[in-house]
Design a protein around this ligand. Structure first.
Ligand SMILES: [Zn+2]
Ligand SMILES: [Zn+2]
Length: 343
């Protein structure tokens, strides 16, 4: 039984280019009780590997969270397979609008403690007591209501390049941080206002809405399927689009453009720009926004230090990294004192 990727990302990329066939980028999640996540993981890997499915999937005792790329011609087979898993039958599949055959280059199914790193102690509240799910049409009505407080449940680097008009966008690095900040800001309106929340695909709101209800908020709503599903419904039903800019996504496309507005700025020169990149110095890898001119000037790096390291022969770079571990903010997303326009 083969339970790992036989191909490297590069080999896979070449194969995908050669085949040139249509692929669908999609995501789904479900909270469910999974007794043996390892076994479930192997079951998924074997089936999906055969179907040529690629992606990043997290499996835990609490459920599954999957981001995938599926060959279009095998979609029915894929759908049939997941419909046969009782807690995934008719699960909503968020299908991306922009199609990119190379959105994922490997199939990674990982067993985790949780499907979302939310930092919450779930035993303290009832996670099934969720907010009211609303579709795009109802969501638009709600956010036109002056009695509504609209909250973006994503992190700063996500809302920075795109968000709903009028939303509160907490300047936070983690989901856990935003929960407390929002609660503190809104504590006087637990009963009289509508608390309406949204995130990328809806999964973060599943927990957040239950958390706020536990904290005493009376009128809690969440956007069903998140920004991804909203955009689809807006297109299909010709609704007014209230999202400006880009939707940050977690595959290598990094974002989907929803409206033509560019609401962010290059972190190095300050001019209008909403293209996220990772610093080319592999020891840094900082996620930040960089315009084309700065990319050229800085050799795709975040700082002159990184530029110097990046210019060294690969072996020397490796020697420099040795024993340094993650000292260079590898896991720090989107903030650094070296960035003039984002700290
Ligand atoms: Zn720039
Ligand atoms: Zn850097």
């Amino acid at each position: 039984m083969q339970l790992y990727n036989k191909l490297s990302a590069k080999e896979r990329e070449a194969l995908l280019e050669e085949a040139g066939e249509d692929r669908l980028t999609l995501s789904f999640y479900a909270y469910a009780k999974i007794g043996n996540p390892e076994l479930f993981r192997n079951h998924l890997f074997i089936a999906w590997d055969q179907m040529d499915v690629l992606g990043r999937i997290y499996v835990a005792h609490e459920g599954i969270n999957a981001q995938l790329s599926v060959p279009a011609r095998r979609f029915n087979e894929f759908k049939k397979f997941i419909d046969e898993i009782y807690f995934l039958e008719n699960v909503r599949l968020n299908i991306a609008i922009e199609h990119d055959i190379k959105s994922f280059l490997k199939l990674k199914v990982k067993v985790r403690k949780k499907i979302v790193a939310d930092g919450l102690n779930d035993d303290t509240f009832d996670v099934t007591n969720k907010g009211i799910h609303v579709d795009a049409n109802r969501f638009n009505e709600l956010i036109n209501d002056p009695n509504t407080i609209l909250v973006d449940m994503r992190n700063h680097y996500e809302s920075e390049i795109g968000h709903f008009q009028g939303a509160i966008t907490p300047d936070v690095d983690t989901f856990r941080d935003s929960l407390d900040i929002i609660e503190e800001d809104l504590k006087d309106h637990k009963e009289d206002k509508n608390l309406v929340m949204y995130c990328t695909g809806g999964i973060r709101c599943e927990k957040a809405s239950a958390y706020y209800k536990h904290k005493g908020f009376q009128n809690v709503y969440q956007l069903e399927g998140g920004i991804i599903e909203y955009t689809r419904q807006v297109e299909n039903q010709q609704l007014e689009n209230k999202f400006i800019g880009k939707n940050f996504v977690f595959d290598h496309r990094r974002a989907e453009r929803i409206s033509e507005d560019v609401i962010a700025q290059c972190h190095q020169c300050g001019k209008a720009c909403d293209t996220h990149v990772n610093c080319a110095n592999e020891a840094c890898h900082l996620l930040f926004i960089q315009c084309e001119e700065c990319a050229e000037k800085m050799d795709n790096c975040c700082s002159t230090d990184c530029k110097e390291i990046h210019a060294l022969p690969y072996e020397e770079q490796k020697a420099l990294r040795k024993g340094k571990g993650a000292s260079n903010k590898i896991f720090k997303k989107g903030r650094s004192e070296v960035l003039r326009y984002k700290q």
